[in-house]
Design a protein around this ligand. Structure first.
Ligand SMILES: NC(=O)c1ccc[n+]([C@@H]2O[C@H](COP(=O)([O-])OP(=O)(O)OC[C@H]3O[C@@H](n4cnc5c(N)ncnc54)[C@H](O)[C@@H]3O)[C@@H](O)[C@H]2O)c1
Ligand SMILES: [Zn+2]
Length: 362
């Protein structure tokens, strides 16, 4: 088992990463001072796979467990669903000290986190992420949110969990599409912060894709460390934390221009490549590194071909994005593999040029 401390003053917590950790949850909770009643929030898919094992482990350690379920899917990140959960928690006589465990992917984590942040002005939140994306990204850093109509993550808070437990074994049952999507974020961490890690991914990608558990533990550990380090320096997303948006400016635009038919990971991969090409056009990222970036995205089975969308629609979506400031965009560009910077100097026309010439580019 590996452990990472996230140092945020009185909001500090540990991330535990390892194989079969679900079966140590009761012990870890007791070690962190929890006892008595607790509530697990999950969905039917995750409950069927891991619900009873987790419940048994917690019962064995003396906890009194209630499992609440919401259906699967992004639509559950709504105020209506949160309201139903508040009612359930009240009916169960949950108190300010009753911990709530989020067992599932980022949807369950964000929804449960929001409910935990607001029910009785905040109750202890334990993240038990079961997707690669949730383990390396959404469970760490305290952003919790609901969607509001078409606006993703519009209603939310910063609310740090008290503990994160990432059981690598749960990744075995993940649909391939979800696993590959999570790999996009792993590649993102390497590009923004760690050249060695990028080379490690290049060397080991095939085994990672075949779900070698030792390697999975390593990539979740390294990615979580990078996210934790950035969050520690900028908890409230006022500066440095922006670099986690690498690939997401163009990525989000492609996602929404495709009416969300293209998954987040694939869209972010295209966004990372677009930012790489913009950087190369500006004379920053060198051509060899751009080729390596494209290579790893390709080998991860993420997208490098732009889907059949009108470039105009993508540009329009970028324009609507909150990151546009007076015709200039907030962009995260790689200077080199392992190092990025934030700039407001990328024009929409340069982005458009890169998208129009997509098929002729490196
Ligand atoms: N809070 C943050 O900082 C942050 C960061 C990134 C993304 N997010 C949010 O995360 C969400 C996406 O999360 P996600 O990609 O985990 O999607 P998800 O939660 O929808 O999970 C993907 C699918 O995998 C299933 N699943 C989960 N664990 C499984 C397992 N071990 N085996 C088999 N199936 C499993 C889920 O039921 C679901 O069908 C979005 O709502 C996004 O906004 C939040
Ligand atoms: Zn993302």
């Amino acid at each position: 088992m590996r452990k990472i401390g996230v140092r945020l003053g009185s909001n500090s917590y540990n991330i535990h990463i390892g194989l079969g950790l679900l079966m140590q949850t009761g012990h870890l909770l007791k070690e962190n001072g929890f006892a008595g009643k607790l509530v697990i929030i999950t969905n039917p898919i995750v409950k069927r796979l891991y619900g009873s094992a987790l419940k048994q482990n917690l019962a064995k350690e003396g906890f009194k467990v209630t499992v609440l379920q919401v259906p699967d899917g992004e639509e559950q990140k709504s105020l209506e669903v949160a309201a139903r959960l508040y009612t359930d928690l009240s009916d169960l006589y949950c108190e300010r000290t009753t911990p709530i465990l989020a067992l599932g992917g980022g949807v369950i984590g964000d929804l449960t986190g929001f409910v935990a942040a607001t029910y009785m002005r905040g109750v202890p939140l334990i993240q038990i992420p079961t997707t690669l994306l949730a383990q390396v990204d959404s469970s760490i850093g305290g952003k919790v949110a609901l969607d509001h109509g078409q606006l993703k993550n519009r209603i939310g808070a910063f609310y740090q969990p008290r503990l994160v437990i990432s059981d690598i074994s749960t990744l075995r049952t993940l649909p391939t599409k979800e696993f590959i999507g999570g790999l996009a974020e792993v590649i993102k961490y390497a590009v923004i912060r760690d050249k060695e890690f990028f080379a490690y991914l290049e060397r080991n990608l095939d085994q990672i894709k075949s779900l070698d558990e030792r390697l999975l533990e390593e990539i979740v550990y390294r990615s979580s460390q990078i996210k934790a380090e950035i969050v520690e320096k900028d908890e409230k997303d006022l500066g440095l934390r922006n670099i986690l948006n690498y690939g997401h400016t163009v990525g989000h635009a492609i996602e929404s221009a495709s009416d969300f038919k293209m998954g987040h990971g694939k869209a972010v991969a295209l966004g990372m490549l677009a930012a790489g090409r913009i950087s190369n056009t500006l004379g920053l990222l060198d051509r060899n590194e751009l080729i390596r970036l494209k290579g790893i995205i390709q080998r991860a089975d993420l997208a490098t071909e732009l889907p059949n969308l009108e470039v105009g629609r993508i540009v329009q979506a970028i324009r609507h994005d909150k990151k546009v400031l007076r015709g200039k965009l907030r962009f995260i560009l790689p200077k080199a593999l392992g190092s990025v910077f934030i700039t407001d100097e990328v024009s929409l026309s340069l982005v458009e040029q890169v998208l129009v010439n997509w098929n002729e580019e490196t």
